[in-house]
Each structure stands twice: as structure tokens, then as C-alpha cells.
Design a binder for this molecule. Sequence first.
Ligand code: NAD
Ligand code: MG
Length: 395
Amino acid sequence: MKNLTILGSTGSIGVSTLDVVARHPDKFSVIALSAHSRIEDLYKQCVQFKPKFAVMHDADNAEHLRKKIKLAGLPTEVLAGPAALEQIASLPEVHAVMAAIVGAAGLQPTLAAARAGKTVLLANKEALVMSGGIMMDLVKQHGATILPIDSEHNAVFQALPRNFADGMSNVGVKKIILTASGGPFRLADAATLARVTPDQACAHPNWVMGRKISVDSATMMNKGLEVIEAHWLFNASADQIDIVVHPQSVIHSMVQYTDGSVIAQLGNPDMRTPIAYALAYPERIDAGVDMLDLIKTARLDFEPCDRQRFPCVELAYQALKRGGTAPAILNAANEIAVEKFLDHKLAFNAIAKLIEATLERVTSVPVHILQDVLNADSAARHMATELAQQINVTV
Ligand code: NAD
Ligand code: MG
């Protein structure tokens, strides 16, 4: 029996995780769940999975949930706040922690899971993009394991040799090729991109996801963040990581070897596949996913990634090459920009401009300790918020 904590259980990844878990009551037990503000959703999950702990972001919501739980006679203890998230990420009886909170809010609990030597099922890519070497060092120091949930990295993990940590070129790997669907605006011209609304940006052609990652997919910052994520997960340099646009989202990524072989992982675009893979690793279990029908799929198309129309990709490569706190600055500026765009306070094509301007003004410094990352995150948030007033191109 594997005991689980699911951080962000009411989100898109959290719900898919519980769907897989519910198919295997003999294999997994849910010890703790967490949500930001969806009381009713978390309550229903508590009824179904009877966790020991449930954490809400703020105390009022927690009190509300506590009353409902008491009334229903459930065994769940309700806690609140960031410290409680770290607590449920490091409980002694928990084996694996699904890190599925969106954005920087997931950083500290994910690091807590690493510090406690857990198996970290990493969906929250922003946490790794920000903290990079700090997270990877903690994992090593405390005997933790990271298994990637992001479909691309999960695919790469499946296609790499087991000793990949020795360095890409030492294990015969030439390139990691991340596939990108191209998002909803793959074929849009610059004029169209200027008028995009939040609902249009969140209507992804192949995946149903949370709103923040949906906007990231539309700007292709998601792929930029994934390049940085791949760098840390697989010990690969920026020039060993390529992006290819593949509109069908059937190949989830590939590894190219020096002998000319390319190993790809294919499947229907359904996050339950990488989630099930990581939950059961190294075994394979039913994920409830329809089997891929190759005849129906019929074609696999590939296109280059246009970094001029999607400047966020270029900004991410530059931040990775610059190193230090640059990826944390990139990530923080992006979180502010996406929030403002979703709030109708920033135009879609101003997202990249705001990130670029923030990167120009907040100096990247080397990362020695976690505080260096936290300082950069906070400085970049302040700068991006200030700059947004000036850039202020709204729709
Ligand atoms: P989502 O918005 O659907 O869910 C986010 C979850 O985090 C919710 O449970 C929410 O309650 C919680 N949360 C949000 N803000 C919080 C805060 N301040 N404090 C505590 N909890 C908070 O997002 P999602 O699409 O499930 O994505 C989650 C993470 O997984 C993101 O980092 C995303 O990049 C990554 N990811 C998602 C997908 C996908 O298909 N959805 C694929 C790959 C990677
Ligand atoms: Mg992905």
C-alpha cells in the first residue's frame, strides 16, 4: 500500500490523480489532501477518500470545512495555511507526495517533501524552475526521488536510459526533443494575438487544464518553463533540449541518441497516463485512459517552433543560459503577467513584453541558498506589478 499526500487535490491534476487512485483501492491510500478555496470540492473528496488531514489555504474556509466534516462524522482533521501544507508533505507515514499546486505557492511544500525524503510526483513545474539546483540538491541530500508528471518529462523519463544522471553525452544521448501542441494560437498572426481574450487563451485544442497553465500554453511560456524543468530533471544543457511543434499531442516527447535512434513515448493526451506511471513506478497500472488508435490518429505532423511569434520561448532559453536567479525572475514575472491578463488588465501580446522588461530590470544573481530565490521572486513580482502600469496594453 502506497500512502499519498496530494497537494492541490481540487485542481485539474489533483482530480486526475484521485481518479487513478480510486481505480486501485488495494494499491493507494490517501493520507492528506489540500485545496486553496474550493470547500465543497475538498469536502466531497474527504467523503470519498477519508484522509487523515485536509488543508485549506485560509482559516475561515478551514473552519467552514471543519464544521461540515464534523457533521458528517468523518475522521479528517482540518488544518489551514502554508505551514500545514509543509506538514502534510512530510508526514512520516506518507510515501509519495503529488505536488500539484499551481505556481510559486507550491514551492515550500514541495521542498518540504524533498527534505523529508519522499517520492515527489512533480506537476508543479514552477517550483523547480524557481529553485532549480536547491531542489535537486535537497533531493540528493535526503534520499528523495522526483518522478515527473508533466507529460513531456514523463515521456523523456520513459525514453532515457536509467543512468541519465551521469550526463546526457555520457549515456549516448544527443538531444531531448520536447513536443509542443502549439496551443490555441499556433496559426494566429500578430494582429490576432493582440486581441486574444482570456477565454480564447484557455480553450486548449488537446488538453483540459487549469487556467494558468492554459495561458502558459497559449503564449508557449509553458514550453519555455518545460525547457528549464528538463534541464534540472535530466542534467541537460540548454543546447541539448529542442522543441518541436506537434499539433496532435500524441507523441509526448522524444530522446535522440548518438547512433541516430529516436525513442518517443506515445499515447492519447490524458494526464492520467503520466500520473499512473509515476504513482505505480516502476510497475504499470490501468489509468482509465482509452488506448491509442493509430489508424484513427492517421498522421503525426511536425513544425518548427516560431520564437518570434512566441517570444516567451526565447526568454526562457535566455534565462536558462543566464542562470542564477534569472529563471526565478522569469517565472515570477510570468505569474504576474498571466494573472493580469486573466483579470483583463494586460493584453495577451504584452505578457512577453512585461516578462522581458522585468528580466532587464531585476538583476540575476547566483543562487547559494533558498533565500536568494525568494528574494528574486519577490523583487520580480514588485517590478512586474509596477511595470504593468506602464505597459498597460489592455483588451
Ligand atoms: P489548477 O489551477 O487546476 O489547480 C491548482 C491547485 O492548486 C488547486 O487544487 C488549488 O486549490 C491549489 N492552489 C492554487 N493556489 C494555491 C495557493 N496559493 N495555495 C495553496 N493551494 C493553491 O492547476 P493544474 O492545471 O492542476 O496545474 C497544477 C500544476 O501542475 C501546475 O504547476 C501546472 O503547471 C502543472 N501541470 C498541469 C498539467 C495539466 O494538464 N493540468 C500538465 C502538466 C503540468
Ligand atoms: Mg507539459
